[in-house]
Ligand binder design. Sequence first.
Ligand code: CA
Ligand code: CA
Ligand code: CA
Length: 204
Amino acid sequence: MRSWLTTFLCLTGTLIAAHGLRHSAHLEKPLTDTLNHGTDYQTIFLNRQIRSASDGLPCVSVSFLTELKERFVRWLDHNNDGQSTFDEVKNYIRRFKAGVTDDVVAAFIKRRDSNGNGALDFVPEYVQDMSVPDNTPEGATEWFRLHDTNDDGLVTQSELENVAIAIGMSPEDAAATVQGYYMSSDLDKDGKLTFDEFKKLYTL
Ligand SMILES: [Ca+2]
Ligand SMILES: [Ca+2]
Ligand SMILES: [Ca+2]
């Protein structure tokens, strides 16, 4: 049974989706540089947890959508036209995995490109991607390869921290998040995740 909070978030998210996010004045406020990416990251986790407790519809709050839009423009859509093209997605991934290949970028987009236009659209694709847990083998495999920045078949604590810093976390937040979340799957405590350890984060 839904809590009142989940119901509110669902209604809010549904109403905004129905009216078109790009027309929401709330989302068109100028970008600020005050966004705390550590808090942002935690909010995404929090909202994923709220979302996963409800039924099939994406349920997100206005403040969460605002953060998503800021994050999308900052990292994926520099010309703010509402979609992230191949080059924009590639530039984003190259921030934390310099040697990413075009095939990997294309697969990253294709997995999310529900309207088939070859780009990652803010609505609905990015919002969906950030709101709905992706506990699939494909999701685990994709992120394992993206986080394994030296392609040696292991994701290390330092690789994860470098990725987190590259996408805007402070070193302190990166260390805390990697230690508290990712490395909880490091069963043999060697500071490295095999794929079998990593996939447990996806409840696989
Ligand atoms: Ca764009
Ligand atoms: Ca698309
Ligand atoms: Ca590695």
